[in-house]
Design a binder for this molecule. Structure first.
Ligand SMILES: *Cc1c(COP(=O)(O)O)cnc(C)c1O
Length: 513
């Protein structure tokens, strides 16, 4: 990524009367926040110094007077720079071994640094540095997610946005939220977006805004995450589970049998970022005059036919939990809808039931997306299409290279959908899952299981009176699913490393049998 050292031109203004003025801006020149500036000077002629590396610290070095030679080594490359003018600087990324030599007597080096002094950040021993350098270049582990790389890329800008919001001293229900709601509505194609404290609250607010409560039934998929059911239970309604398709999305053919006179709505989830069969769902809903909502908490930007998830139903819930496809820096969520009535009531509900401050028409609660999260999400939002595309590219590596393994079931996506792979799930035989996961761990590969226990067998659902065997497809998913590493900041090499480890596992297995 940003790890190539480079020379920068420093903007210098010269006038005859007042001499020169050189300007370094963190934004345009450095791309890291400035935490510290120090000087190296009064060096005896021709002495060398510097012999160390930094794991994290980024620097910009300028010879404001005199001259010096700067040598850098790292990532398998060496660089040498002559610093001899206040108009030039060198950006030194983290992770390089550095040496400075040939100091002139009058040399004054200004060092602009990204972090406070931290003795832990130094590598003083060249051998230790060489090991550090070799280990990070070779791929020998793949984490499940790579969120720290996103932060590293945008650190300066994110800190700037944070500072702006702090400076505005307006932290709840301000212009940042309004702007983000407008942008996110546009992103989905829905008319309205209403920010909430999290995705679960967004689901609950949708149901409450639609007058769903005690005595009502809401149809949900038996495959998926518990939040969908919790929202239904929290408004006092009854979740009615319907068997899922292989990969957890609701099976539209099973819905009709679950409908009673109390059924009010169908709430499908676009699980793993794969759109549910919305035409199938809507056909049943139309026949019985039911509302349709989406749990789109894993589906930011996913496409179904010519629509975007979040605009395929009466209302949809999104989560901005940090690991989601659009993830914030804490909890956050929103709902999208094109219904003016739902939008209006939802706005009231999230803020004490008041449309006008201190006039409480309905029993609301407090669940808002704060200005800080809204501003940071607004900054990240334009990247989501590119990140989703990268997820699809990495997913196609898995799909192409794992398709020869008979024992693995790979996720299927219908031709009229564009998934966003919030999770890349595979299924392995239940009796081999533990061994498979141990194998990944042994190869330093992160993984996850989404979700290890089917919802109808969770203690919080005991009142629904389901038993093991009620939803065999959902139970199989719970028993066999493994989520492989997938993050827009993973490299193809890393995914290939995972693929190789998986091939190893099943190939050596075949030999054994
Ligand atoms: C994350 C998630 C939620 C809940 O969102 P939170 O912001 O964590 O409350 C709901 N449903 C699904 C499918 C999710 O993945």
């Amino acid at each position: 990524m940003n790890n190539i050292p480079k020379e920068i031109d420093i903007e210098t203004h010269r006038t005859e009367q007042s001499g020169s003025l050189s300007v370094i801006q963190a934004n345009t020149h450095l791309n890291f926040p400035i935490r510290r500036v120090y000087y190296i000077h009064s060096i005896e002629d021709n002495k060398a110094r510097g012999f160390h590396g930094h794991k994290k610290l980024q620097q910009c070095i300028v010879a404001t007077s005199g001259s010096v030679t700067l040598s850098l080594e790292g990532y398998g490359n060496t660089y040498s720079f002559e610093l001899n003018s206040p108009d030039k600087g060198v950006l030194v990324p983290a992770g390089y071994w550095r040496e400075m030599s040939n100091f002139s007597k009058d040399a004054v080096l200004m060092v602009i640094a990204s972090d406070d002094y931290d003795p832990e950040d130094y590598i003083h021993d060249k051998e230790v540095f060489n090991t550090f350098d070799a280990e990070r270049s070779a791929i020998n582990k793949v984490t499940y997610l790579a969120m720290h790389r996103r932060y590293d890329e945008f650190k300066l800008q994110l800190q700037q946005v944070t500072e702006e919001v702090l400076d505005e001293v307006n932290y709840i229900m301000g212009p940042r939220l309004e702007k983000f709601e407008e942008s996110f509505a546009k992103f989905t194609g829905a008319k309205y977006c209403i920010g909430t404290g999290n995705g679960l609250d967004a689901l609950e607010i949708i149901l409450r805004a639609s007058n769903i409560g005690a005595g009502d039934e809401v149809i949900v998929s038996a495959g998926g995450f518990i939040a969908t059911l919790l929202a239904v239970m929290r408004v006092g309604a009854t979740p009615v589970l319907v068997e899922c398709e292989t990969w957890g999305n609701i099976d539209p053919l099973k819905i009709e049998a679950a409908i009673t006179k109390n059924t009010k709505a169908i709430l499908p989830t676009h699980l793993y970022g794969i759109p549910a069969d919305m035409d199938g769902v809507r056909a049943v809903a139309n026949k019985y005059d039911l509302l349709v909502f989406e749990d789109a908490c894993q589906a930011h930007g996913a496409q179904y036919k010519d629509g975007t998830c979040g605009a395929l139903s009466d209302a949809a819930a999104f989560s901005f939990y940090p690991t989601k496809n659009l993830g914030g820096f804490g909890d956050g969520g929103c709902l999208t809808t094109s219904s003016e009535k739902i939008a209006k009531t939802a706005r009231q509900l999230r803020s004490y039931g008041a449309a006008v401050k201190y006039h409480h028409d309905i029993v609301g609660f407090n669940s808002r997306l704060d200005e800080m999260q809204a501003a940071l999400l607004q900054f990240l939002l334009p990247n989501v299409p590119k990140w989703n595309e990268k997820r699809r590219n990495l997913a196609s590596l898995y799909l192409n290279h794992l398709s020869g393994i008979e024992e693995i079931e790979l996720p299927m996506v219908s031709d009229d959908s564009v998934p966003v792979w919030h999770v890349f799930p595979i299924m392995v035989p239940a009796e081999k899952r533990d061994a498979f996961c141990d194998h990944l761990t042994k190869h330093n590969i992160g993984y996850n299981i989404h979700y290890p226990k089917a919802m109808h067998l969770q203690p919080c659902c005991s009142h629904l009176q389901h038993n093991a065997g009620d939803f065999p497809v959902a139970e199989k998913l719970a028993d066999c699913e493994v989520s492989l590493p997938l993050d827009p900041y993973h490299t193809e090499e890393e995914i290939n490393f995972v693929i190789k480890a998986i091939l190893d596992f099943f190939m050596s297995d075949t030999v054994k049998n």
